[in-house]
Design a protein around this ligand. Structure first.
Ligand SMILES: Cc1cc2nc3c(=O)[nH]c(=O)nc-3n(C[C@H](O)[C@H](O)[C@H](O)COP(=O)(O)O)c2cc1C
Length: 166
């Protein structure tokens, strides 16, 4: 089945996770799927989609609020479709070096919707981010982009391959 419509929804405060979602959607389109990236807060219904990739920026071990809320709001619809999760967080090279398991909170959300898989990508701290704590981290020299777009595209290809097996 190649004409599947995939939603790539994301919860992102400083747009780092948004950039990952856009790249995943573009890779899925290269694979011949129909795919679009949308902010999780703007997704009201999943009936138009055959599958969902949902990602959240990590804040203190939890997904950014809009991603968490999407799981709560649309849990039953998510459970009815193939769903993959990704997290974006580590502000160092660890996510590119090894597979980082989902946090406890994300694991719980995965079991609620029977998510098929999860991966963690490096994060990005904007030099002028939203949030007091984020700004103080940036002032301390932590602003950097740790996202690895080759890793992101490689993971999206595995999702496409899995969807084709469906
Ligand atoms: C206040 C704060 C808390 C964070 N907590 C975590 C965390 O618990 N785990 C992690 O891997 N990254 C953590 N990060 C890094 C963010 O997840 C990273 O900056 C991510 O790219 C943010 O996504 P966004 O730009 O889409 O909002 C934190 C960043 C900030 C500013």
């Amino acid at each position: 089945m190649t004409d599947q419509h995939v939603l790539v929804a994301y919860g992102s405060t400083n747009q780092g996770t948004a950039g990952i979602a856009v790249e995943i959607a573009a890779t899925l389109r290269e694979e011949g799927l129909t795919a679009e990236a949308r902010p999780a807060g703007e997704v009201g219904d999943l009936s138009a989609y055959d599958a969902v990739v949902l990602g959240g920026g990590l804040y203190a071990g939890r997904w950014q609020r809009d991603a968490r809320r999407l799981v709560r709001r649309l849990g039953p619809q998510l459970r009815d479709r193939p769903v993959w999760f990704f997290s974006s967080g580590p502000l160092d090279a660890t996510a590119a070096e090894r597979e980082i398991p989902p946090t406890r909170a994300v694991r719980r959300a995965m079991s609620r919707v029977a998510a098929r898989g999860h991966t963690t990508f490096g994060g990005r701290l904007d030099p002028h981010p939203k949030g007091r704590l984020a700004r103080s981290m940036a002032k301390r020299g932590m602003a950097h982009d740790w996202r690895d777009f080759d890793q992101i595209r490689a993971w999206a290809h595995t999702v496409a391959a899995d969807l084709r097996k469906k």
